[in-house]
Ligand binder design. Structure first.
Ligand SMILES: [Fe+2]
Length: 247
């Protein structure tokens, strides 16, 4: 099963993504009354596998109300609240972002490298799910170079490899299936995110890995940005929740 990434991907279902979103919610907020809805998978979902258990940056109680709808004042209800879900820390965008990546959650192709699955939730500081947040993801390949941009080592033209955009579900769920990146110029291994939603401040940040030997090459990272993947065979599985601040 591990030897055939294509087969592996074909076995992933919406159910896996649902379970992953639930794991992400529990990791953030603990058991609570929020009920997961039926429409978790974003457009063209690659249905990332769900089995992940670490990287929860904080805890708090979920708000059981409906998700933010993406209306212009959606962040108002998060303004001034005591942050049960502290906002995710900023990190630099770096030189390797390329806008208008395809809408997809499967960012790699068979043979690209070691499988990596990330699932999580997008919420406000009250822990209320944010639906339809746009999550733009990009990262280096297993050798530590980015696609498309020569300044970042890319020489493959406009492929958008290891890049993708998606929208959080009605329950705020997001996720990706890709490969574990290599180190870019001896930087800690990382995955870039840019998250935007009406009523909330845009967030640019990076996900780091606690067990990465390159992590010591830079100063300490905010705890909200560091995940510890769980191994499932040859696959890494992690949870990364995104908390946006209101405008
Ligand atoms: Fe980078």
């Amino acid at each position: 099963m591990r030897s055939d990434p294509g087969l592996r991907h074909r076995t992933l279902t919406r159910k896996h993504f649902l379970i992953g979103a639930g794991a992400a919610l529990l990791a953030r907020c603990g058991p609570g009354p929020l009920v997961m809805g039926p429409e978790l998978a974003p457009p063209d979902a690659g249905d990332p596998d769900s089995r992940s258990d670490s990287g929860s940056p904080d805890s708090g109680s979920p708000d059981s109300g409906p998700p933010d709808s993406g209306s212009p004042d959606a962040g108002v209800r998060d303004a001034g609240v005591t942050p049960q879900c502290p906002e995710t820390a900023y990190d630099s965008i770096g030189p390797c972002h390329r806008p208008n990546a395809p809408i997809r959650t499967l960012l790699s192709e068979p043979g690209d490298g070691a499988p990596l699955f990330i699932t999580g939730l997008v919420t406000g500081k009250s822990c209320r799910a944010i639906a339809n947040a746009e999550i733009d993801v990009w990262h280096a390949n297993a050798q530590g170079t980015y696609s498309d941009l020569s300044v970042c080592g890319g020489s493959d033209g406009a492929t958008f490899r290891w890049r993708g955009r998606q929208f959080s579900s009605q329950d705020g769920a997001w996720g990706l299936q890709s490969i574990y990146p290599g180190s870019f110029q001896n930087r800690p291994i990382h995955i870039h995110l840019q998250v935007t939603a009406p009523g909330y401040q845009p967030l640019i940040t990076q996900i780091y890995f606690q067990d990465d030997p390159f992590l010591v090459n830079e100063g300490p990272k905010p705890t909200s940005l560091v995940v510890l993947p769980r191994w499932v065979g040859a696959e890494r599985h992690a949870v990364f929740n995104v908390v946006l601040a209101p405008v």
